[in-house]
Design a protein around this ligand. Structure first.
Ligand code: NDP
Length: 248
């Protein structure tokens, strides 16, 4: 199981799961392309990876901008001379009750969590189809499998990512040798809940997570590494990973 020398683009690499994944994959010998909007965080991560002997580059970008992905892909090809995988990880979770009509947040979730993933796929696909190989790893969620309070829109975006991934796999794996995986974590301790502005849901969330030993971002990084390190003949369709403590 080796990913040595693979060129991997990671969106949302500036914190949480993306950051932990970048460290893990770089440690395993991959050349990682770090992208997100916060340049300082990405530069700091690049320094850390290089200090540990890894290889990384930074290209800032917003996943809702197709033009930013063009830049990410062209700079990756220029520096690392290829692309082997993309981890479509960038996302946000401003949970709210539907009755409170946080419609701007609904729009942002659709734009980042769904369209952002589609933009990432579209950007690397010409390269992957030409070389008849590549890994697409999309970060869905346990929320893509079941609704939880305040998550009507968030869960819908993650269900869309899961179904989009299955469609990609069926259309691209047998014909073009492109492996596609959907990763579906339960609660992970990251900055994700900081995007919540609905006071009512903030209050209701506290008892839900109070006594929970959550997953760590590193646990998801291990799952991503596992999917990526398989031989091409083995497509890992889904990885559904929950905190041992989390019932629903
Ligand atoms: P974080 O908030 O730590 O990370 C989110 C990342 O997304 C950041 O790096 C942020 O970077 C990036 N991002 C947000 N909006 C944009 C944008 N418009 N363009 C580019 N990058 C963007 O949370 P997590 O690590 O937890 O989240 C990563 C993924 O995992 C998300 O898709 C989330 O839905 C999913 N997930 C998380 C779970 C959890 O419990 N934490 C459970 C299941 C799934 P920047 O602000 O610098 O642009």
């Amino acid at each position: 199981m080796s990913i040595k020398g693979k060129v991997v683009i990671i969106t949302g690499a500036s914190s949480g799961i993306g950051e932990a994944t970048a460290k893990k994959l770089a440690k395993e010998g991959a050349k990682v392309v770090l992208t997100a909007r916060r340049k300082e965080k990405l530069n700091k991560l690049k320094e850390e990876i290089e200090k540990d002997g890894g290889l990384a580059m930074v290209v800032t970008g917003d996943v809702t901008e197709k033009g930013d992905f063009k830049k990410i892909v062209s700079q990756t090809l220029e520096k690392f001379k290829g692309i082997d995988a993309i981890i479509n990880n960038a996302g946000l979770m401003p949970l709210s009750y539907i009755k409170n009509l946080h419609t701007d947040e609904w729009d942002t979730m659709v734009d980042v969590n769904i369209k952002g993933v589609m933009n990432g796929v579209a950007a690397v696909l010409p390269t992957f189809m030409e070389q008849k190989s590549g890994n697409i790893i999309n970060i869905s969620s346990s929320a893509g499998r079941k609704y939880y309070p305040g998550g009507a829109v968030y869960c819908a975006t993650k269900a869309a990512v899961k179904m989009f991934s299955e469609g990609l796999r069926q259309e691209l794996a047998p014909k073009y040798g492109i492996n596609v995986t959907s990763i579906e974590p339960g609660f992970v301790a990251t900055e994700l809940t900081e995007t919540i502005t609905d006071d009512e849901i903030k209050k209701d969330l506290i008892p839900m997570v109070k006594d929970l030993t959550t997953l760590e971002a590193e646990d998801i990084a291990e799952a991503i590494f596992y999917a990526l390190a398989q031989p091409k003949r083995a497509n890992i369709n889904d990885i559904y990973i929950m905190p041992t403590d989390q019932k629903e």
